[in-house]
Write a protein that binds this ligand. Structure first.
Ligand code: FMN
Ligand code: ATP
Length: 142
């Protein structure tokens, strides 16, 4: 069973590890698609390059394969990987029914699941790249 997870993964934190571990548990081979910098438009663009974000994700034990995503067709890597499950992050804005309809129309036999959120495990745990960057600005910039 192949599972696909996807995201920006700019400055890895335990929320990312939770998501990828959850996604890996939905099958036995986890593929991760890294959002291209130019395609991140719903929030600040990543600080780190496409390749750096890919290499760090690829180094995680639960990840079998990581790649930088396609420039324009988000379903091109999906056709290539041919997964059994797409695991959406708990807060990803994508519409599961729209994705399912596109999978069906392309003849890809795959379901769409939603991963769980990670709750903070100890005081002062930062589970958001945006929050980490805000703290760096707060503590290191006068
Ligand atoms: C099934 C699926 C496939 C995707 N494939 C790509 C891709 O090939 N290239 C890309 O730049 N973004 C791709 N994306 C979109 C990014 O991953 C998207 O910007 C990402 O979901 C942002 O999530 P985040 O805000 O949780 O980091 C894909 C998204 C989904 C749901
Ligand atoms: N605390 C968390 N618990 C579970 N999953 C998480 C958590 N934080 C991020 N993720 C998941 O990791 C994937 C990539 O997240 P993303 O790169 O947007 O990180 P982020 O820290 O949420 O970013 P930002 O703070 O800039 O919005 C998404 O699918 C997201 O749902």
């Amino acid at each position: 069973m192949k599972v696909v997870a996807q995201g920006t993964f700019d400055i890895i934190h335990p929320g990312h590890v939770h998501y990828l571990t959850d996604a890996a548990g939905m099958g036995d081979e986890l593929h991760v698609i890294i959002a291209r910098r130019e395609n991140v438009g719903h929030k600040e663009k990543p600080v780190l390059s496409n390749e750096q974000r890919r290499d760090v994700v690829a180094a995680l034990d639960v990840v079998d394969h990581a790649r930088v995503g396609h420039e324009s067709d988000i379903f091109a890597p999906i056709e290539d990987i041919d997964p059994d499950v797409i695991a959406l992050g708990y807060d990803q804005h994508h519409d599961p029914e729209g994705i399912q309809a596109e999978l069906d129309s392309r003849g890809i036999d795959c379901t769409v699941e939603r991963a769980s959120p990670r709750d903070p495990q100890h005081d002062d745990e930062l589970l958001s790249t945006g929050d980490i960057i805000d703290r760096i600005i707060d503590q290191r910039c006068d």
